[in-house]
Design a protein around this ligand. Structure first.
Ligand code: FMN
Ligand code: MN
Length: 497
């Protein structure tokens, strides 16, 4: 395995990588970022608590243990990378990097000259501590929660890594697709149209061939991040991508039935086959836009051939729901940096920042700051910024702003929209863009496409030099806060004394 010099240098600035979820937990605990909760039930309490954690800014990572009906030590972990401090742990960064700027500069650096590192195969690993096959297979042997009150069942895959191999090449794609338990040894895999996993799945289905699949439901937080990071190119393995981000190859072993690779240090892996003809009712499920929009449908069925798990296994959970939820809090950084990078590669100059706010599920709103330098520049930023590999799916509103707007402050962005945009001149609607069955704004029988609102909230190019002078700018506000912010806290001492 060759590590390029750049990656090795970058890795050197980082902490030594943790090996698995357990080491990740130990690091989070040292920072006071992890809490163990005993006795919450799987039927409703774990789901309700997770929803509460998602909607509090600085909530801890929670490990649920002693779940009624299950052996002590059979755990569920949620909210791993839900704040900057724990994102830094996940990325192997020192605590000083746990800031907006720290996380952005990390991702910008990694993506600037990115070199993927393919996984290395190892002889065995902790994932083979327990091998369950035949009649012993029971997906409900794990304390799988009902995450939302109206869910159609127990979802074992919410932060899952669904591993599928392209039948025409060596490409091993990994994606997070929800997995509902149907019976002791069957489960679903719901993939919406356009995802790489769906394109691969459909190749097998069109040929009438059974599909080999491995689903990691006890992934570590970094591999989960790779698995749901939209914008990793078609044809590139998320395992290689994760290796590149980590600066070290992912160690994999191969499933005994399908030969598919999966992480040697995973907690729980389910391996099996999808019959091309078999279907099962799936859903409803509390989805990422905050609705049970796609209702109940039919999905292919994974027939489980083996379950591998570590002793005292840890199920990784990241249920969806009304945004923001955990993944929105970490994907905001990664996706914004990816879109910025893709804009640059597409030849759009002078983009000064991109933000996909967590409250938009990192999809429904993309904000692009552009230092407009020629007529049509803002329009170019809007069109390309809203349609990159990372931003195209299920968008709704794209906003272009000038560099003086604080894109991380929704008040500032709204102020720009309300004061620099004249709807008749600055609003464009794009039709027939990529959406899907989960979009509640589209008639249930007509889902697939949606339209996009492009808002040019930059000063009009032709007379930007005559545009009214702002009373205050984000830059001035920031500087005032830096110097005088202590006054906001009546208890804080006067630093000038
Ligand atoms: C927590 C979470 C759950 C997700 N669930 C699904 C899902 O059930 N179905 C789906 O198609 N995409 C889902 N996604 C989005 C995909 O994981 C994401 O688009 C991924 O990049 C797809 O990878 P692919 O293009 O390689 O298939 C989910 C994302 C997250 C963060
Ligand atoms: Mn992919």
């Amino acid at each position: 395995m060759a590590i390029t010099r750049d990656v090795a240098q970058k890795a050197a600035e980082r902490l030594s990588p943790w090996r698995d979820t357990r080491e990740w937990m130990a690091r989070a605990e040292t920072l006071g970022e992890l809490r163990v909760v005993h006795g919450a039930n799987w039927e409703s309490e774990i789901g309700a608590i997770t929803e509460m954690l998602d909607h509090a800014e600085e909530s801890p990572c929670v490990v649920f243990d002693d779940i009624p009906g299950y052996p002590s030590g059979h755990r569920v972990i949620v909210n791993c990378s839900g704040n900057p401090a724990r994102q830094a742990v996940t990325l192997g960064l020192p605590p000083e990097s746990a800031t907006h700027d720290g996380l952005f500069s990390f991702w910008r650096g990694v993506l600037e000259d990115f070199s993927p590192i393919p996984p290395v195969e190892v002889a065995t690993g902790p994932i083979f501590e327990n091998i369950v096959e035949g009649d012993a297979i029971d997906l409900e042997a794990f304390p799988v929660p009902v995450w939302h009150p109206l869910d159609g069942g127990r979802y074992i895959g919410t932060a899952s890594m669904n591993i599928l191999k392209d039948p025409d090449s060596d490409w091993v794609n990994v994606g997070t697709y929800r997995n509902q338990i149907f019976s002791r040894d069957t489960m679903g895999m719901y993939i919406s149209p356009g995802k790489h996993g769906r394109l691969i799945r459909d190749k097998y289905l069109a040929r009438g061939e059974r599909i080999p699949v491995a689903v990691v439901v006890g992934a570590d937080p970094l591999l989960f991040m790779a698995s749901c990071a939209e914008g990793i190119p078609y044809g590139q393995s998320e395992l290689d991508w994760a290796g590149g981000v980590r600066g070290e190859a992912v160690e994999v072993v191969r499933g005994k039935h399908t030969g598919l690779p999966f992480p040697a240090n995973a907690e729980i892996v389910i391996e099996g086959w999808i019959d091309p003809e078999e279907r099962h009712d799936e859903g409803p499920y509390g989805e990422w836009m905050g609705y049970y929009a796609s209702g109940e449908g039919q999905t292919p069925v994974i027939r489980v051939a083996a379950i591998y798990h570590r002793t005292n296994p840890i199920l990784l959970g990241c249920p969806q729901g009304k945004p923001p939820h955990e993944d929105n809090r970490f994907l905001a950084y990664l996706k914004s940096a990816l879109i910025e990078n893709q804009l640059k590669r597409a030849g759009v100059p002078k983009i000064t920042g991109v933000w996909c706010p967590p409250v938009s599920g990192n999809r429904m709103m993309t904000i692009v700051a552009v230092d407009q330098s020629y007529p049509g520049h803002a329009t170019q930023a809007l069109l390309v910024g809203g349609q990159t590999g990372t931003s195209a799916y299920a968008g709704r509103i794209v906003v272009a702003v000038d560099p003086d707007i604080d894109i991380f402050d929704m008040d500032d962005v709204l102020w720009a929209i309300m004061t620099r945009c004249d709807p008749d001149r600055d609003i464009t609607i794009i039709k027939r863009a990529w959406s899907g069955p989960l979009d509640p704004a589209i008639h249930p029988d007509e889902r697939g496409f949606n339209s996009r609102l492009l808002i040019d909230a930059t000063k009009p190019w032709e007379w930007k030099d005559r545009f009214a002078e702002p009373v205050v700018t984000a830059e001035v506000s920031r500087e005032t806060r830096r110097q005088w912010g202590w006054i906001l806290d009546p208890q804080a001492p006067d630093p000038r004394m």
